[in-house]
Design a protein around this ligand. Structure first.
Ligand SMILES: [Zn+2]
Length: 185
């Protein structure tokens, strides 16, 4: 936390963004209804049960303490067909060399919910960036993308910045100001 106390405005902004981002994870963890409403902003539907991925896919998933569940899906345009897919974070190849990092090898995978042994990648989906929006590059899971968008919304508001996907910020802002969000959170 030293940098946050250094008086450097950039460091302070970064610190605030991380805190707001993590706050989102706390909220979704303890308030499933809030989580479902937030995920719906990106077009994700949350279901009750986690998907029972094939063993091969399960073994490839890079675990992330912020992403506790794989129980949401959105419609992705795969070869001109809209396919309901869950999103996972995986690797393009195994970690083999010293210095291999999941930031470089990481791949966002799309697994059709009616074919849990198949995986497409973000590049296979023509509407990938339409779903996740372009406010952040942190697009490994709706949980992380929404955490960044949530942070921007509460720190800067809909009018506080130029957003590439302002509709996401506006929708989060509206949800947070609605009685529903208050009741849920
Ligand atoms: Zn996170």
């Amino acid at each position: 936390m030293e940098y946050a106390l250094s008086g450097d405005p950039d460091a302070q902004a970064l610190f605030d963004e991380i805190m707001a981002h993590e706050l989102f994870h706390c909220l979704t963890r303890s308030h499933p209804d809030f989580r479902a409403r937030m995920y719906a902003i990106l077009g994700f539907t949350v279901v009750d049960e986690d998907y029972d991925f094939s063993q091969e896919i399960r073994e490839r998933i890079i675990s992330n303490p912020d992403v506790e569940r794989h129980n949401s899906h959105a419609a992705f345009d795969i070869g001109g067909e809209m396919v309901d897919c869950a999103v996972i974070f995986t690797t393009g190849r195994p970690f083999e060399q010293p210095g291999d990092s999941f930031f470089e090898l990481g791949v966002t995978g799309l697994v059709p919910v009616d074919d849990l042994g198949t995986m497409y990648t973000a590049e296979d989906a023509a509407n990938f960036w339409d779903v996740f929006g372009r406010n952040t590059d942190y697009v490994i899971d709706p949980e992380e993308t929404l955490a960044d968008n949530f942070a921007m919304t509460i720190l800067y508001g809909p009018d506080g910045r130029e957003y590439q996907s302002p509709e996401i910020i506006a929708a989060i802002d509206a949800l947070l100001k609605s009685g529903t969000a208050k009741a849920a959170a």
